[in-house]
Design a protein around this ligand. Structure first.
Ligand SMILES: Nc1ncnc2c1ncn2[C@@H]1O[C@H](COP(=O)(O)OP(=O)(O)O)[C@@H](O)[C@H]1O
Ligand SMILES: [Mg+2]
Length: 220
């Protein structure tokens, strides 16, 4: 069982959107996935309650004991996908302790990248301490201008955490899924679902071929 935590101290960075859609993309790659809603606001639970979807496994853990409670999850699942809460450091620390992989969704602007520094500090602290989790940025909500995305990647590189090649574009289909309880895979336009599959394939690569990445220090 691999635990992937989607974390960023900054609210609105795209954590829940990535959790919902990455869950479905990983299912398409034949992984059995369970979502963990750690946000006391229960955004993921609200999404689930708005219905319209099938094959969703979802539990809530919004106390800072995620690292302990995660062991109660049935081993039949291949991937536990944790949707992080913003600005609650205790919850974030316990998610970090539980995680093998951390994804940090970040919009590609400097204020957004700077805004992620509290979670980056916690990740680096943890990596220095126990040599994991493997961590990577994921660019979300990009506007399609290549130069903005390149500048963002440079800024992330300076921070010393890699960035996935896959990213999400600012598309209404991501936004719409929230109120309708859908994922981007329910849309007839496949642009967003292709973006999600690219991200999921990178995750698969990390899981299957990245044992040294997962076990060792990912920091450069
Ligand atoms: N790629 C995207 N394109 C368009 N809207 C997006 C995208 N990613 C996120 N959003 C929107 O941005 C807002 C914040 O996203 P959310 O996933 O709730 O962030 P967080 O969980 O980090 O607070 C939501 O309204 C969501 O619909
Ligand atoms: Mg959220």
């Amino acid at each position: 069982m691999i635990v992937i935590a989607i974390l960023n101290t900054k609210g609105g960075s795209g954590k829940t959107t990535l959790s919902i859609n990455l869950m479905r993309a990983l299912q398409y790659l034949n992984y059995k996935v369970i979502l963990v809603d750690t946000d006391p606001q229960g955004t993921l639970r609200n999404w689930h309650a708005s219905g319209g979807h099938t094959l969703v496994n979802l539990i809530a853990m919004d106390r800072p004991t995620i690292d302990k409670n995660i062991h109660a999850i049935n081993n039949e699942f291949d991937i536990v996908l944790i949707d992080g809460a913003a600005s609650n450091h205790d919850l974030m620390r316990s998610a970090l302790k539980a995680a093998d992989i951390v994804l940090v969704p970040t919009k590609p602007t400097e204020p957004d990248i700077w805004g992620s520094s509290p979670v980056i500090e916690l990740i680096k602290e943890r990596q220095d301490f126990v040599g994991k989790p493997y961590a990577s940025f994921v660019i979300t909500c990009r506007n399609g201008k290549a130069k903005d995305q390149i500048a963002a990647r440079e800024a992330m590189n300076e921070i010393g955490i890699p960035c996935l090649d896959g990213m999400t574009t600012n598309l209404v289909v991501y936004h719409r899924g929230f109120s309708t309880g859908k994922t981007v895979f329910d849309s007839t336009d496949d642009k967003a679902s292709k973006e999600m599959m690219a991200i999921a394939n990178e995750i698969r690569e990390i899981i299957e071929n990245g044992e040294n990445k997962l076990a060792g220090t990912a920091r450069k």
